[in-house]
Design a protein around this ligand. Structure first.
Ligand code: ASP
Length: 439
């Protein structure tokens, strides 16, 4: 058995956290490849090292003095090194970083030093080999991740390395310049390493015990999801549930490697398993609920719309011409509704409306703002009757007016549109009916 273990910033924020991580890795000899993030916040008012690096580099780029800021970053690492009693000095590394900052090596280079230095400490602490991600993770000249080359080079390297630390978040372009993934990208590195090493499990260690059935800011202590499929996760993540970087599932998905989300502070919790497919039913018919506020609906009416071939295309053309993507498009016989993000749509509203008039000539257009969308997701919905019924009677009892309903034919999710102000009440009502009142 082989496992990749990725640790997030809060798991590596201090020497104390590093010790927990060391214990976790040593407790299982299968944990052979380690992907660390940069040190995160030690407490709620603290600053992540990545953010410190970005602001320090900003000064360097403006030609200002950045000594104090760089010293503060060095201090964060020194605290960890001292706390772990390591005979390691990052003196030369920091000289090099200072030189490269002065030479304006770029903000990606700057940010990447967070995981680079943490990787060096981690490798020293564990006695594992350190592999600089810039030598095994590649981006093309446009900055797009080069999956093929990375897989080939990384696979060959890991084949000859029994145990290694590969820092997360960055790699290098063809010309050697450092490039990062988007924020939170160490999750992606973990997935890439898992695929290249053909491991059995990708363990992603963070500060929560897995994905929750609903947002804890709305539901008091929601239950943890035990097993979720990649597809369900995509649906929930898109609607705002975030624990994992959204691109992190693609590399492992190719190989069918499961991801296990675990809690560094509660290592005995089983966490959440993210899998390709499963015969395990979710505990409550639904797997999770997520949602977002800030949508707008554009409602069109036109007599005999149904018979007019090309009407939908013309309407969507008006959105495309204004560079606006749409979220949902429920339709009736003579009506059609387009749901869009309000902040994207707002300042282009009149231009879209006139384009619709010009291209599709509807009888009437109405715009409704301040809507929220809620996704109720569950692979179990396909095989159980009455799910929609339960959702809508719960919403009716909670006095929530449903503005829109959309259920894909995959029956994996039901999307419900409500007014922004009903959002929290609606989520509570749905959670209660499935999780609290079990049938
Ligand atoms: N350190 C980077 C960030 O703060 C990447 C990561 O933690 O995954 O976004």
């Amino acid at each position: 058995m082989k496992k990749v273990v990725k640790f997030g910033g809060s798991s590596l924020a201090s020497a104390e956290q590093f010790k927990k991580v060391g214990d976790i890795i040593r407790a299982d000899k299968d944990r052979k490849y380690v992907v660390p993030s940069a040190p995160g916040k030690r407490h709620s008012k603290d600053t992540k090292v990545t953010d410190m690096l970005y602001s320090c580099y900003e000064l360097a780029e403006e030609g200002k003095d950045f000594k104090k800021e760089l010293a503060a970053i060095k201090e964060r690492y020194q605290e960890i090194i001292d706390g772990l009693s390591l005979a390691l000095s990052l003196e030369d590394e920091f000289k090099e970083i200072e030189k490269n900052f002065k030479a304006k090596a770029g903000s990606d280079y700057a940010a990447s030093r967070g995981e680079y230095l943490n990787g060096i400490i981690m490798a020293n602490y564990l006695g594992y080999e350190f592999i600089d991600a810039a030598t095994v993770i590649f981006f093309d000249e446009h900055g797009e991740f080069n999956a093929e080359k990375t897989h080939k080079v990384l696979r060959a390297k890991l084949k000859e390395t029994e145990r290694a630390v590969v820092p997360g978040f960055y790699g290098a372009k063809e010309d050697g310049t450092v490039k990062t993934f988007s924020r939170g990208g160490s999750d992606v590195t973990g997935s890439i390493v898992a695929r290249a090493a053909h491991v059995d499990v990708y363990e992603n260690w963070t500060d929560v015990s897995g994905f929750l059935v609903a947002d804890p800011r709305i539901i008091y202590k929601p239950e943890v999801i035990e097993v979720i499929t990649y597809k369900e996760l995509r649906e929930l993540a898109y609607m705002g549930a975030s624990v994992l970087h959204e691109d992190a599932i693609f590399p492992v998905r190719k190989e069918g490697i499961p991801i296990n989300i675990r809690n560094t502070n509660k290592p005995n919790d089983a966490g959440t398993w993210i899998v390709g497919s499963t015969c395990q039913k979710s505990k409550y018919t639904i797997t999770g609920i997520a949602g977002k506020k800030g949508f707008c609906s554009v409602i069109l009416e036109k007599d005999m719309m149904n018979g007019e071939i090309g009407f939908g295309r013309k309407v969507l053309q008006a959105f495309e011409d204004n560079d606006i993507s749409f979220e949902h498009m429920p339709s009736g016989i003579d009506t059609m509704t387009i749901l869009v993000h309000q902040d994207e749509f707002m300042h282009k509203e009149q231009s879209v409306v006139s384009a619709i008039h010009r291209l599709a000539d509807p009888d009437h257009i109405e715009i409704e703002a301040d809507l929220a969308l809620i996704a109720v997701v569950g692979r179990g919905m396909k095989s159980s009757r009455g799910t929609a019924g339960r959702i809508f009677s719960a919403l009716a009892h909670a006095n929530v007016n449903v503005k829109m309903i959309d259920q894909g034919s995959s029956e994996l999710n039901i999307i419900i549109g409500v007014k922004n102000e009903d959002f929290e009440v609606a989520i509570k009502a749905i959670y209660d009916i499935f999780v609290e009142v079990r049938l």
